[in-house]
Each structure stands twice: as C-alpha cells, then as structure tokens.
Write a protein that binds this ligand. Structure first.
Ligand code: NDP
Length: 412
C-alpha cells in the first residue's frame, strides 16, 4: 500500500501519472494536484482509461502557498510527493513536506522567479531538517538531471576506479513541424538557454558567453549535430560527489532555425523576466489601464504548448554520458552510455512527446525506488548518491533502455 501525490499536471506530470497508473502494485493510490483542477481531472480520467487504475484522486492547490499545501498533504497523507510543477515551487513544497512528515522528489533545482539563476545551495540548506525528521528528499530525478547522474554513478560503480572527464551530451533530433517551440515549459527553457555557459575544469568553474562554445558531435542512429556548451545543474553535484573529475561539461544540440528565433526573441526584449508596464484595454471597453506583465511569461502564452507537440513529432532524442578515466584494470578507458527515445513511441504510449517522456519515466522510477525501500536515505540527496543498479534495471523495463559503448573515440 503506497500513496503518491504528483504536484503539477503538465507534460512531465502526464507521463509520470501514466507510468504510475501502469504500476498499481507500487502506486496503489495516486493524487494529482495542481493549480488548474480541470487539467488534473482530465489527466486522471485519461490515466484511468488507459491503465485501469482504480484509485486516482485530484485536487486544486497553489504550490506557492505553504499553508495550502500543508492542508492538502495532511488530508491525503502521501508517502512521497513528486514535484512536477515548476522549479519556483521546490522550496515551498519541501517546506510543506517537512511540516507534514512527507518524503519528496523533484526533477529540477530551485530557481527564484525574479532571477534566472539556479543552484542547489537553496535545497541543500534543507539537509539537516530532512535528516532529523527521518525524511528522504531526492533531487533532480528526471533525465538530465537524473538519468545522466545515475549513468555516472553506474560508470563509477562498475567500470572506473577514477572518472576524470565527463561530458553529458543531450541531442533532440526530433521535428515537431513548428517554426519555433520549446520542448518543455518555455519560460524555464528560455531562461536556461540564454544564461552564460559554465563548466568545471581543474577544480574551478569556467564561465563562457551564452552558447559561445559549440562543436559537431555524432549521436547514435542520428549522426552529427551542432552541440552547444551550457550550464546544467547536475554538474554542480557530480563534481562534488566524484572529486576525481578534472573536467565536466554539458552539451545540448540546437538547430539554426531555433537559434535564429531565440536571437530575435532576445533582441526585441521578449526574454526579459522583469515586470514592464503595459497599457491594457478594460474589459468593459471604456478605456485602458496600466498593468504589469513579464515579457517572457507573455511570450509563453503565445508560443505552442509543449504538451501539444506530440502528435506530429518525428525523430528521436539521444542523451548520454561520455566518460574518460582510469578503469578497474588501472588503464585509461572511454565509455559512452546513452538512451535513444522515439517521440512517436512516447506519444503513442502517453500522449506526450519524448522530452516529457524522458523526464516523467525517471521521476516515476525514482518514486518507485523510494516506495520499494531501495532508495531510502533521510536527508536531501542528489540521485547519484543512491545505488544506481535497481534504477538502471527499471530504465530497461519501463521504456528507457540504455546502451553502452566501450573504448571508442568520444570526440571530446
Ligand atoms: P509544464 O509547464 O507543462 O507543467 C507545469 C505544471 O505545474 C502545470 O500543470 C502548472 O499548472 C503547474 N504549476 C505551475 N505553477 C504552479 C503552482 N504555483 N501551483 C500548482 N501548480 C503549478 O512543465 P513541464 O511538465 O514541461 O515541466 C515540469 C518540470 O519538469 C519543470 O520543473 C521542468 O523544469 C522539469 N523538467 C526537467 C527535465 C529533466 O530532465 N530533469 C526536463 C524537462 C523538464 P497550470 O497547468 O495551471 O499552468
């Protein structure tokens, strides 16, 4: 008997809810709670129809509001809360979990709304309180962060005495046939990509201009794609948990069409995250009034909804880790571990495209790891701190099979 509460009802939550519905022996009771209850109701009905799960409840909650969250958690009493809302809500949900004795899992680290900046320090500050309360908080359990960190833990456990060079490579070779769209929440996505790049080398962080460093990398079953160095959150914890790492970087592919649109969006000020005044017409038609809007939030309202991209999405994603270091035999080795995920197959199974799928499946597996007693460790932990083996086994069983290549040219 285990109860799980999903917070959020977007693309990633849709996939996680479907996958939980397919595994009722672990997830006996599911609650989907989000800001718009109608979305939760639609999702619950779709999961019940697709999987036959008998116990899916829904609720409305503002996850920015701790007392509201506490009320809902006290009513439903979940064993674990799976936070699939936005990174802005991480701290309020963690606080509510502490006040009600619930365990916690998320897929993205905290970001303040008014500053496009993410780092783990805000969430790591909760370590002692979770530890004292005997509660487990699992941070960053999507694909990247998430599976990429678990791949690294698996490489360290089975193949390397010393990981020295780590390159996380994320390719989306899909085509959604739209001029411009983001694959997950546009506001979070554009904030991430327009930041300065950052990587770890020889014990310190090296900053680059946004998208300054790029090179062609060859992805399995896809071929060469221009890949850009970005700052990505999992690097922050991996270089602490694997101190032998001399250099750690994160690469993501972007097409020229995407970059052209992004440049225009920035040049015309639509990626701004500060409030501006806008002269809006009054509803009764009697004139106008000044209202405050955030340009990037306005842009989100006019861009395609990532949840609607699935139907015509072709191609696949390919995400993995390219690692060089000293193997268990004392010699230098290279290793590439990756998954390719088809957008069409993801859509046929869950109604969502591959980017939501590759995030929602690991979130479900992480919750499963906790509920089956394999990942129980009071405190606040990044996923690489847990045993990777049972998680890797479930990736193969639950739709994200992985492949290994040994001693190849890593191109990096
Ligand atoms: P969506 O925008 O599709 O969904 C977000 C959901 O959260 C919506 O249902 C939204 O409600 C809800 N929400 C937002 N604010 C609140 C609030 N204050 N209270 C309650 N609910 C709220 O996003 P995605 O599904 O694409 O992404 C979900 C998370 O996954 C994000 O944190 C994202 O950063 C992360 N992610 C992680 C990846 C990884 O690999 N680790 C990759 C991709 C995404 P409403 O429907 O009313 O707007």
């Amino acid at each position: 008997m285990a109860k799980v509460m999903i917070i959020g009802a977007g693309g990633v939550a849709t996939v996680a809810a479907h996958k939980m519905g397919q595994n009722p022996e672990v997830f006996t009771s599911i609650m989907i709670a989000s800001r718009t209850k109608a979305k939760c109701d639609r999702l619950a009905a779709a999961v019940a129809a697709a999987t036959g799960h008998k116990d899916i409840q829904t609720a409305r909650v503002d996850a920015d509001n701790v007392p509201e969250l506490v009320g809902l958690l006290n009513d439903y009493r979940p064993d674990i809360v799976v936070n699939l809302a936005l990174p802005y809500q991480d701290l309020t949900i963690m606080e509510a979990c502490l006040q009600t004795g619930c365990n916690y899992l998320d897929t993205a680290n905290y970001e303040p709304k008014d500053e496009a900046h993410f780092e783990y320090s805000w969430q790591w500050a909760y370590r002692e309180r979770f530890e004292k309360a005997g509660l487990t908080a699992i941070l960053g359990c999507g694909f990247d962060p998430g599976v990429t960190s678990i791949y690294t833990a698996y490489a360290a456990k089975h193949h390397f005495k010393e990981i020295q060079y780590l390159d996380i490579v994320d390719c989306n070779a899909g085509d959604h046939h739209k001029a411009f769209a983001t694959n997950f929440n546009p506001e979070i996505n554009i904030r991430e990509i327009t930041q300065k790049g950052l990587y770890w080398e020889d014990g310190k962080w090296v900053e680059t201009e946004p998208l300054e460093i790029h090179k062609d990398l060859t992805y399995p079953e896809i071929g060469p794609r221009d890949s850009y160095l970005l700052h990505h959150e999992e690097i922050e914890s991996l270089v602490i948990n694997y101190p032998t790492i001399k250099r750690a970087r994160f690469w993501m592919t972007f097409g020229q069409q995407y970059l052209k649109h992004l440049e225009v969006i920035q040049n015309i000020g639509m990626s701004r995250i500060d409030e501006i005044e806008y002269e809006a017409p009054l509803a009764d038609g009697t004139g106008t009034a000044k209202v405050k809007i955030v340009p990037l939030q306005f842009l989100k309202a006019v861009l395609p909804n990532p949840q609607d991209l699935g139907e015509n999405y072709e191609g696949q994603t390919s995400i993995g880790c390219r690692i060089r270091g000293i193997g268990n035999d004392g010699k230098e080795h290279t290793y590439y571990v990756y998954n390719n995920c088809s957008h069409r197959a993801a859509y046929e199974e869950t109604g969502m495209q591959g980017v939501s799928y590759t995030t929602g499946v690991p979130a479900m597996i992480g919750a499963m790891m906790f509920l089956t007693g394999k990942w129980v460790m009071p405190g606040v932990h990044n996923v690489e701190e847990f045993d990777p083996d049972p998680f890797m086994e479930q990736l193969n069983a639950k739709g994200l099979p992985w492949h290994e290549l040994h001693d190849i040219d890593l191109e990096l």
